[in-house]
Design a protein. Structure first.
Ligand SMILES: [Zn+2]
Ligand SMILES: [Zn+2]
Length: 231
């Protein structure tokens, strides 16, 4: 059995991140995971990304990619542990989507995404083989923009378990995914290597995942099980 967390932040590319890419890799390896997807807040956010907005687009992507590269390098120390590149993109305050199956070259080609609506982003990425997953869809916090619907039709996937959401929020996400036939994922949304919730979320596969494209195909195929509350 192989366990992967699909939603992990680092201090390298998320302002809210507490632990470095190296610390996150070590923590997840020690908790028995086979890998993680680095999903730092993408370069568009104003309070979430440490990457300046006024540098060339390619440089912004290169800087964003460094968290993943650092984690990947660290993973060489841990037998069988893998790291994949993803992104978390905010389309309104407190509303996010997770992007799986993209690579740096694809991002280089699409600086126009910064001006796109979330619907256009979903279409562009999904038309190009990516999987868009709505992150923590029913999370209800003071900072959430209440004018935006908590669920997004255009995303093919839904994070039905997020270890930072409460039971009621996760239940709503699950019910929504079942009702609408969405691909289901589970993610930790972990920002600190000391967070006791590492271990509660992820997917479990019966073979190791090779790369982010392999992961995306596995999610689309349904050939995995969900880890919810560590089970
Ligand atoms: Zn964050
Ligand atoms: Zn997150």
């Amino acid at each position: 059995m192989y366990k992967y967390d699909l939603h992990v932040h680092t201090s390298a590319c998320s302002c809210c991140g507490v632990s470095t890419p190296e610390e996150q890799v070590k923590a997840y390896y020690e908790k028995g995971y086979s890998g993680i997807v680095i999903t730092d807040h993408f370069v568009f956010g104003y309070n979430a990304t440490p990457i300046p907005h006024d540098i060339p687009w390619k440089e912004r992507i290169d800087r964003y990619y460094t968290a993943y590269l650092r984690a990947l390098k660290e993973a060489e120390k841990y037998d069988g542990f893998n790291v994949f590149f993803g992104a978390e993109y905010s389309y309104a305050t407190g509303h996010d989507i997770l992007l799986y199956g993209l690579d740096k070259e694809f991002l280089y080609l699409h600086p126009e995404t910064e001006k796109m609506t979330v619907e256009e982003i979903c279409k562009l990425f999904q038309d190009n083989g990516c999987l868009v997953v709505q992150a923590h869809p029913f999370r209800d916090r003071d900072y959430n923009d209440k004018s935006v619907e908590p669920e997004l039709d255009c995303a093919c996937g839904v994070e039905i378990f997020n270890s930072c959401n409460n039971d009621e929020e996760n239940q709503k996400a699950y019910d929504y995914a079942v009702k609408n036939g969405k691909i289901m994922t589970s993610g930790g949304d972990i920002h600190s290597a000391a967070d006791g919730r590492i271990g509660l979320a992820g997917i479990i596969t019966d073979r190791p995942i090779k790369n982010i494209f392999d992961l995306t195909e596995i999610l689309k195929s349904g050939n995995y099980s969900l880890c919810v509350k560590g089970k």
